[in-house]
Ligand binder design. Structure first.
Ligand SMILES: CC(C)(COP(=O)(O)OP(=O)(O)OC[C@H]1O[C@@H](n2cnc3c(N)ncnc32)[C@H](O)[C@@H]1OP(=O)(O)O)[C@@H](O)C(=O)NCCC(=O)NCCS
Length: 171
């Protein structure tokens, strides 16, 4: 099996239960304690930027993007969660989901995608370490804070906390 076996399509409302099951299986139930979850609390997914991977019409992978603000000045998309059913991992569904999502984000005019994850994996899809004085609202490993510029220079000179957009409005 290879990545061409997977179909990538937009997430639908009725995918919610299977997506939760995939996230529970891939990450475990303690996933809600992660700093990335703090960034999504009370926020809404970026419209048109959630996709699933299907194999034989069965959902086996999920990717979402969420809007964030960096230092109250720059806008970006937070990639995640990304997960593939354990039995389906290693066949390229994850990379297909990332590449598709990032391509749609670029087409929709977004300039920057950030995430917290394994640098060697996401480097395969064009991500690199986010340099600069950027913080998150909770513990994080700076070597795992990654970015992908969709607009050249969008990751330059960033400074401040990554927060959900409504948290900036509250400030
Ligand atoms: C991470 C995840 C989404 C990747 O999906 P996947 O479909 O298994 O990944 P792919 O098949 O697209 O991977 C393609 C390549 O990346 C490699 N790879 C996978 N995970 C990797 C990692 N953590 N570091 C480096 N390389 C990795 C694979 O070996 C493969 O390499 P190859 O093409 O040279 O053989 C999936 O493993 C998963 O759901 N993991 C648990 C949840 C998770 O950790 N999500 C990411 C949070 S940051």
């Amino acid at each position: 099996m290879n990545s061409s076996f997977f179909d990538i399509r937009p997430e639908k409302l009725e995918d919610a239960a299977i997506i939760t099951a995939i996230l529970d299986e891939a990450f475990g139930l303690d996933r809600m304690t992660k700093t990335s979850y703090r960034l999504r609390e009370g926020s809404a997914q970026a419209p048109n930027l959630a996709f699933v991977a299907e194999l034989d019409a069965r959902v086996v992978g999920t990717i979402q993007f969420w809007p964030v603000s960096i230092g109250g000045k720059a806008e970006a998309l937070l990639l995640g969660p990304l997960a593939v059913l354990p039995a389906m991992q290693g066949f390229g569904a994850g990379l297909r989901l990332i590449e598709h999502g990032v391509a749609v984000a670029a087409r929709e005019g977004h300039g920057l995608v950030v995430l917290v994850g394994d640098a060697p994996y996401y480097a395969k899809a064009g991500f690199r370490k986010l340099e600069g004085n950027v913080l998150m609202p909770g513990p994080f490993d700076p070597d795992r804070l990654l970015c992908h510029e969709l607009t050249p220079g969008a990751a330059e000179g960033l400074d401040g906390m990554i927060l959900a957009p409504h948290r900036m409005a509250d400030a």
